[in-house]
Design a protein around this ligand. Structure first.
Ligand code: NAD
Ligand code: TYD
Length: 355
């Protein structure tokens, strides 16, 4: 089996669903269920013996040791993190605890487990760390996109914590020989995205008749990748990536934030027009910029394409249409997330989440 951490969050849940749609290899899923973890995301796997969920913290060494000894996974895929830049600006303690200390404890537990394996199992073992393009810092408008050898120059508490975890992973490979892989991906979007992030926030606020807040001048550029493309890239790196290597993953799709807002509004105008016949664009509101806001991220994804043959299957046009349609088709998911009732739901449906 494989061992996924943070598998109740946005990308982790999409990864678990994609994995079990494609393969029969079971998944052990460890998630702390912070506000961002939502077991409702995995509802379709209820009763599926291939998915074992455990509520817990990647920083809990005793729990990790027990799970590793009991389930003997052949690979770890580490998604668990505090992931929201704005939230972590207001309170950076949790990101240090989870993204840095948590990754360190996970690495240590895995190292000790791995060192006790037989040589053949040791060789086949993998630790895949899921990271972000934000570790590279910001780019000038005409600078070439980030390659894997770009300087690591994080500017936010979030990106600094992810860069720290990437360094730990690298060091555990070089010092202890742990068979690691690291992926640095651009901004994801798609189903199950928590509506604190730009794209789902635009969709749910538009439908609720609320303002669509655009930070600063809205000309900050991100490279957007459909989440299932990211999941397939991770699976490909796990299967065939070279040990100790970093793979950048991106959608070749740079867009300023204001264009994203306009695209979402145009799709909603088409698919769910406002009752008053006006465009959702009317709801766009410029607000105070994020402190230390990185101006531009862009990923050069040639290495993963050249070495592993991965390319995104979705264009931005197909991916964003699917995404908007998913939010229109899943108002209960949105309502539960907005009211916080998904957390009560978890307690009710999964009374015994603690394995
Ligand atoms: P998310 O916030 O939606 O999910 C994170 C999950 O981790 C949640 O289910 C949460 O409950 C869990 N978690 C948090 N702290 C934990 C802990 N101490 N122990 C166990 N579980 C814990 O985040 P996401 O967007 O799904 O991102 C997943 C990973 O991908 C993160 O490592 C993030 O840095 C990385 N990443 C995200 C993006 C993006 O655009 N969202 C892009 C590149 C990389
Ligand atoms: P976000 O989805 O938070 O991802 P990240 O900060 O990891 O890139 O933000 C994406 C971009 O959208 C970023 O430049 C900040 C901007 N943004 C807004 O303009 N308004 C918003 O309400 C949010 C949440 C983000």
């Amino acid at each position: 089996m494989i061992f996924v951490t943070g598998g109740a969050g946005f990308i982790g849940a999409n990864f678990v669903l994609e994995w079990l749609e494609q393969r029969d290899e079971p998944v052990l899923n460890l998630d702390k269920l912070t506000y961002a973890g939502n077991l409702h995301n995995l509802e379709s796997l209820q009763g599926d013996a291939r998915h074992i969920f455990v509520q817990g913290d990647i920083g809990d060494r005793a729990l990790l040791e027990r799970l590793l000894a009991e389930h003997r996974p052949r690979a770890i895929i580490n998604f668990a993190a505090e992931s929201h830049v704005d939230r972590t600006i207001h309170g950076p303690e949790d990101i240090i605890q989870t993204n840095v200390v948590g990754t360190f404890r996970l690495l240590e537990a895995v190292r000790q487990h791995w060192q006790r394996l037989a040589a053949q199992e040791q060789q086949a073992f993998r630790f895949l760390h899921v990271s972000t393009d934000e570790v590279y810092g910001t780019l000038a408008p005409d600078a070439p996109a980030f390659t894997e050898t770009h300087n690591v120059e994080p500017n936010s508490p979030y990106s600094a914590s992810k860069a720290a975890s990437d360094h730990l992973v690298r060091a555990w490979h070089h010092t202890y020989g742990l068979p690691v892989l690291t992926t640095n991906c651009s901004n994801n979007y798609g189903p199950l995205h928590f509506p604190e992030k730009l794209i789902p926030l635009m969709i749910v606020n538009a439908l609720a008749g609320k303002p669509l807040p655009i930070y600063g001048d809205g000309m900050q550029v991100r490279d957007w990748l459909y989440v299932r493309d990211h999941c397939r890239a991770i699976a490909r790196v796990l299967d065939a990536g070279r040990l100790g290597e970093v793979y950048n993953i991106g959608g070749w799709n740079e867009k300023p934030n204001i264009d994203i807002a306009h695209t979402v509004c145009a799709l909603l105008d088409e698919l769910r027009p406002r009752a008053d016949g006006q465009s959702y664009r009317q709801q766009i509101t410029y607000v105070t910029d994020r402190p230390g806001h990185d101006r531009r991220y862009a990923i050069d994804a040639q290495k993963i394409e050249r070495e592993l043959g991965w390319k995104p299957a979705e264009t931005f046009e197909t991916g964003i249409r699917k995404t908007v349609q998913w939010y229109l088709d899943n108002p209960e998911w949105v309502a539960q997330v907005q009211s916080g009732s998904y957390r009560d739901w978890v307690a009710k449906q999964y009374g015994r989440v603690n394995d």
